[in-house]
Design a protein around this ligand. Structure first.
Ligand code: INI
Length: 157
């Protein structure tokens, strides 16, 4: 039996961050966490591109366009969906997550989900660099690990 484990080694990797401006106070912290994690794991600053879109619902389409360029090893979606702010919380959170999964499956490019879904601004800030860690950093780390795991298991094919 052969077992493959990915290591979050970012050297030589190219990564795109797709960020939504809605709740950008929070999203910028997620972006910062993701960027910092990529740099600390060896991704060159020049190899990180950041694209801003209006809201979480626009993240999957931008991710799909970027995946289609063939330039990126991984794409990280970063957003914040807050229940208090909208009557269509479920739509925005479910569709943005489903959209990101679909982009990954349709394109074969690693896409990770750093879109937090919370009830309040306090909960959002907790997940954007305080008590509950930084979900942007986690999504960036997951992206590097997944790229590496798939590369090992498929021998780069
Ligand atoms: N977009 C978000 O990223 N977060 C939210 O909390 C949110 N709320 O609350 O509505 C939100 N809505 C906008 C949506 O993502 C689209 O940009 C909009 O519907 C236009 O397509």
């Amino acid at each position: 039996m052969t077992t493959f484990h990915g290591r979050p080694d970012g050297s030589g990797r190219r990564v795109a961050l797709v960020c939504s401006r809605f709740n950008d106070l929070v999203v910028d912290r997620l972006r910062h966490g993701a960027h910092d994690t990529l740099i600390r794991h060896g991704v060159d600053d020049e190899a990180i591109d950041t694209v801003w879109v209006p809201g979480a619902l626009e993240i999957p389409l931008a991710a799909k366009a970027l995946a289609g360029t063939g330039r990126y090893d991984a794409i990280v979606g970063l957003g914040a969906v807050m229940r208090g702010a909208t009557y269509h919380f479920e739509v925005v959170s479910n569709q943005s997550a489903a959209g990101l999964t679909r982009v990954a499956l349709d394109t074969g490019v690693v896409v990770t989900n750093g879109i937090i879904t919370v009830d309040t601004m306090d909960q959002a800030l907790e997940r954007a660099g305080s008590k509950a860690g930084n979900k942007g950093a986690e999504a960036a780390l997951s992206a590097l690990e997944t790229v590496d795991a798939i590369g090992r298991a498929t021998d780069g094919l």
